[in-house]
Write a protein that binds this ligand. Structure first.
Ligand code: IMP
Ligand code: MG
Length: 183
């Protein structure tokens, strides 16, 4: 679906599918150059990063492996609990591997900082972060993300993998929701 299928539920479009693809292509070149003489393992965080992972990795001009982790940090609301639990761990042993975490959004940063230190405790060669979106005003912890697609205002957004109560993940664009959706 795209923004035209949202009916009354949409407030405004923040990023179109075309803008996202253009930025992912740009970052693909940068990331590929950065890992030129290294093998990198892409680690996606389920489920929000599914679309970013699928599109970003296809913009890379060579073969890369991927793995997935699932953690719980949100219930059905819109605020991070800070409590992280691993629901699905990696299949891969990352000892001595260069790991690039692929995320949808850095909001408070709590989830990602937890994931990063968890992965760092497994003796990888390196851990870097790639996030499509970042909300600088929402940061509760410093998060060093080497690549960020777009900085956005501190607003709840859906689409392109991001959900509200599991809805709108299949929306191509990133949008904000009309207030009535939350009530
Ligand atoms: P954080 O721990 O506050 O940084 O939030 C991490 C996770 O919360 C993200 O990976 C998303 O799954 C979810 N999240 C944060 N902001 C949003 C949003 O605006 N829309 C949908 N999900 C979000
Ligand atoms: Mg997520």
């Amino acid at each position: 679906m795209d923004a035209t299928h949202m009916g009354q539920d949409i407030e405004k479009v923040l990023l179109t599918d075309a803008q996202i693809q253009e930025r992912l292509a740009e970052l693909g070149v940068e990331v590929w150059e950065y890992y030129r003489d290294k093998d990198v393992l892409l680690v996606g965080v389920l489920k929000g990063a599914v679309m970013v992972m699928a599109d970003f990795m296809r913009h890379l001009p060579g073969s890369v492996p991927m793995d997935w982790m699932a953690v719980s940090s949100y219930g059905s609301g819109t605020k991070s609990s800070g409590v992280v639990r691993i629901l699905k761990d990696l299949d891969t042993d990352i000892t001595d591997r260069h790991v690039l975490i692929v995320e949808d959004v850095i909001d408070s940063g709590l989830t990602l900082s937890w994931i990063r230190s968890n992965l760092e405790s497994r003796s990888p060669a390196s851990v870097e972060i790639f996030s499509l979106l970042r909300k600088p005003e929402a940061a509760k912890v410093e998060i060093e993300s080497r690549w960020v697609g777009f900085d956005i205002p501190d607003e709840f957004v859906v689409g392109y993998g991001l959900d509200y109560d599991e809805r709108y993940r299949n929306l191509r664009d990133v949008v904000t929701l009309a207030p009535h959706v939350y009530s």
